[in-house]
Design a protein around this ligand. Sequence first.
Ligand code: PBG
Length: 312
Amino acid sequence: MHLRIGTRRSPLAMAQTNHVMGLIREKFPQAEFTLCQIATIADRDRVSEFHQFGMVGVFAVEHEQQLVKREVDFVVHSLKDLPTTLHEGLVLASVPPREDPRDALCGATMATLRQGARVGTGSLRRRAQILNLRPDVTVVPIRGNVGPRLAKIGGEDALDAVILAQAGLRRLGMDEASSEALAPSLFPYAVGQGALGLEARAEDAAVIEVLKAIECPQARAEAEAEREMMHALGAGCSLPVGACVTWQDGRLTLHAQVTSIEGTERVVADQSAAPEQARELGLAVAQILKERGGVAILEKSYRGHYPSFKSL
Ligand SMILES: NCc1[nH]cc(CCC(=O)O)c1CC(=O)O
């Protein structure tokens, strides 16, 4: 069996792709792989996540073209960068076991972060959530890969800390860079954070069968619930919507939070369901967030931030 994999070139993307190849080899020792690396628009233009507002899925578009043109058999995505609507004919074939989904504060802990600290992040969600918890901090937009972002602590921008994903640090073997894994009850993570999404052509039954063999049913249920909620809110990966999932007695609970861009307002919701009802769970949580004014605070804050913004 020979599989062609589409992957980005960044160290994190390569670590994730290597990880997936290892998982497949455990089940199919005879598997052979060819890597088809691309630099996506996102890599080339170094757009910060702030600027990705309105460009949902900037990481995924060119990969989907690789699949559609049959240049590759599947693509390894960070699930949080994969839009909730896939290109026609493509499917989320598999969600392997999820890595730690929490955000990491690097350079300081919440307790040691000084008054008026400068915190680097390019994510609107992280910005909104840190301002909600710590209105005294200044958020500095940063961009680039994990290593260069970490290197900005104490650098020319005089950053006290940066916020990154625990999962990315772990996959890069850089766990020690995390000063504190932020409690998801206070600082919910991005939809899909820490999970990988393997995208393939819907018609490729043989490829899908291989990818399904490394799926984690719990991670799949979490992904379905979180992504359905995001889809129902009409929000992309970089919008200030946070999630947190917990399991008890085989039931899945989805907690979600919408935070206004300046961090002044916050709406939360949570619901539980059996994992077979993960999508319905996501829809129900989105509905509650809407009823509680979650969409309204997003629209209001976007109009202040992006004058051309029309509606979510
Ligand atoms: N948007 C970039 C991105 N996409 C996935 C990860 C980390 C790995 C993951 O969340 O699975 C990161 C870096 C970060 O947020 O620190």
